[in-house]
Structure formats: structure tokens, C-alpha cells
Design a protein around this ligand. Structure first.
Ligand code: DCM
Ligand code: DCM
Ligand code: DCM
Ligand code: ZN
Ligand code: ZN
Length: 271
């Protein structure tokens, strides 16, 4: 996701974490502000192009070598790169975040990675190999040239909110309040328990894989419904957008709700 998606998932999560989780994370992250999670949600993107952060660049996605739209699937052995992927990264930083032998700054950094990678794991094109997750496919958005990955990271959700200008932060807070309502008593209320059905803190890799597989299915249904070639050069801000946007909103809600549950497990285990 771009900034809007990451910040929104973190704000949603902050609305669902237990009080002990909130208190612990506020202390660990060194902030007593309401946006203690939101303000670190994009940190992992800010360091991935730096020299020291280069090792994390493949941690944001898993390249599913499947063949949409006929066949969508994720195979860990086949798809997780040698140097790691979002599945191993989430498992790894979860482990570091509960490791009492690590200093607080390392556990804080691990928590920031967890907050970011739970988000990325819910973006369909972060669970797909085709054209490097859509980065190599040119499409049109309001008549202008964009790559498909960017459309799914940012353009669809920005249009959904009617967002203007370059300030995603306030939009994210507003959107998260709306999603929190939808989860508590709106359209997601009946399914929110199912969102946690695959959550197994004893097996972080399997949990991440289950979420990845669910998200990868959306590549066949919504990203490439007629295959990757059919989409090249097409205008996506019309019918394509109309189908994609509600699904993508649900992915953001799911990511935030699961992030809260996962952070609760981390803090329970550590304390
Ligand atoms: N980003 C950032 N700093 C950088 C590079 C990227 O804050 N040096 C942010 C801006 C985009 C987002 O990362 O919104 C793109 O994330 P990804 O490329 O992981 O989808
Ligand atoms: N941070 C960092 N390196 C960066 C940006 C941020 O280590 N390039 C850390 C500092 C804080 C946290 O992320 O612990 C939040 O940063 P900020 O206050 O800049 O949002
Ligand atoms: N990305 C992806 N799958 C890939 C390569 C990249 O999902 N195989 C994501 C990571 C960033 C965005 O696409 O969010 C841009 O990546 P880069 O800056 O590495 O081109
Ligand atoms: Zn992305
Ligand atoms: Zn990322």
C-alpha cells in the first residue's frame, strides 16, 4: 500500500487492541499520542531504499508464480525468495518482537515491521508475481499513464474516499473511524470472527500463508479477471474501479482487525 493504506490499517488496529497492548506499544514506540501506531506504519517503506535497509526490500511481498485468471495459488517453497518474503518477514519480526534477549529498540523496530507487513500482506498485488506484482504493466487512470501496482496501492482507495491533494494522514484517520464502525456494527460485523479463524500464534508462517492465499485469490477475481494481457493500456477508473473498491476496502479493514489481534498475541506473550 501507499501511505493511505498503511496508516489506515494501523489506525483501525489501534481501535481494536486490548488496553494492555496499547499501553505496552505506546511505551515501546515512545509515543503517548493516539496515532502511536499510525505514525510508524510507513516506516518500513521509508528505509527499504536506504543502504542499511536494502535487505528488507523483498519482505513486502510474495511472488506467487501462478497463472491468473485460471489459477491463483501461493506455494511457499516455490514463491518465497531465497532472501525472504512477506511470509518469513512477518514470522521473523513477530519472533523478534517477543524476544526478551533483544533490547527495546530492536523490539520496537520489529513491531514497526509487523505493523507494516500485516498491511502489505492484504494488498492483492503483493501476493502475485506477474510483471513484478503489476509494476511492469502500464494502464490508464483518468486518462493518465500509471503502473497497475500503483493503481492498487493507492489510486483505487484514494478515489474511493474522494481524496484530494497529497495529505493522506487525515483521510486515513477519518476512513479508519468509518471502518471501525463497519466492523463493530455494520457490514463486517457478522464476518469479523471469521477473519481470525486462521490466526494461530503458534504458527506465524501458516497464519501469514493463509492470509496470503485468501488475498491472492482476489488477483484472479478482481485484478486480472480476463488475464494480465487484457488489462494493459486500459482505463481502470470506471467499471474496473467500481468492482475493485469495495473489495479493497474490506482488505484494509481485515488487515487492521487482524493486526490488532496479532499485536495482542505478541504483547500477551511478551508480558
Ligand atoms: N515511500 C516512502 N519513502 C520512500 C519510498 C517510498 O515513504 N523512500 C512510500 C511512499 C509510497 C509507498 O512507500 O506511498 C510505496 O510503497 P510500496 O512501494 O511498498 O507500495
Ligand atoms: N524512524 C527511523 N528512521 C526513519 C524514520 C523513522 O528510525 N527514517 C523511526 C523513528 C521513530 C519512528 O520511526 O522511532 C517514527 O518516526 P517518525 O516520528 O519520524 O514518524
Ligand atoms: N513489489 C511487489 N512485488 C514485486 C516487486 C515489487 O509487490 N515482485 C512492490 C513493492 C513496492 C512496489 O511493488 O510496493 C514497488 O517496488 P519497487 O520499488 O521494488 O519497484
Ligand atoms: Zn505496493
Ligand atoms: Zn511495503
Amino acid at each position: 500500500w501507499g501511505g493511505l493504506g498503511h496508516v489506515t490499517t494501523a489506525f483501525v488496529a489501534s481501535n481494536f487492541v486490548a488496553n494492555t497492548t496499547e499501553a505496552y506499544l505506546k511505551q515501546l514506540l515512545g509515543s503517548q499520542d493516539a496515532d502511536y501506531m499510525a505514525k510508524v506504519a510507513s516506516w518500513a517503506d521509508s528505509i527499504r531504499y536506504t543502504q542499511w535497509g536494502r535487505f528488507t526490500k523483498n519482505f513486502h511481498f510474495i511472488d506467487a508464480h501462478d497463472s491468473p485468471p485460471e489459477d491463483c495459488n501461493v506455494d511457499f517453497e516455490r514463491d518465497c525468495k531465497e532472501g525472504g518474503c512477506v511470509i518469513t518477514a512477518l514470522a521473523n519480526y513477530t519472533q523478534q518482537s517477543v524476544d526478551p534477549s533483544l533490547p527495546a529498540w530492536r523490539r520496537a523496530q520489529a513491531a514497526k515491521f509487523v505493523i507494516h507487513f500485516v498491511g502489505d500482506l492484504h494488498q492483492p498485488l503483493h501476493n502475485e508475481d506477474v510483471a513484478r506484482g503489476g509494476n511492469g504493466i502500464h494502464v490508464l487512470w483518468n486518462g493518465r499513464d500509471f503502473n497497475l501496482h500503483h493503481v492498487w496501492d493507492s489510486s483505487i482507495t484514494e478515489k474511493w474516499l474522494g481524496m484530494r491533494g497529497r495529505k493522506p494522514y487525515q483521510w486515513a484517520e477519518k476512513w479508519s473511524a468509518d471502518l471501525t464502525k463497519k466492523i463493530n456494527s455494520g457490514i463486517y460485523a457478522d464476518e469479523k470472527d471469521d477473519w481470525l479463524a486462521d490466526l494461530d500464534f503458534g504458527n506465524p508462517e501458516e497464519t501469514a500463508l493463509a492470509w496470503s492465499r485468501e488475498c491472492n485469490k482476489l488477483v484472479c477475481q478482481y485484478v486480472f479477471p480476463e488475464g494480465p494481457k487484457a488489462i494493459a493500456g486500459k482505463e481502470l477508473s470506471g467499471d474496473y474501479y467500481e468492482k475493485a473498491a469495495p473489495m479493497l476496502e474490506k482488505q484494509v479493514a481485515r488487515a487492521g482487525y487482524r493486526m490488532a489481534a496479532w499485536l495482542d498475541k505478541i504483547v500477551d506473550q511478551y508480558l
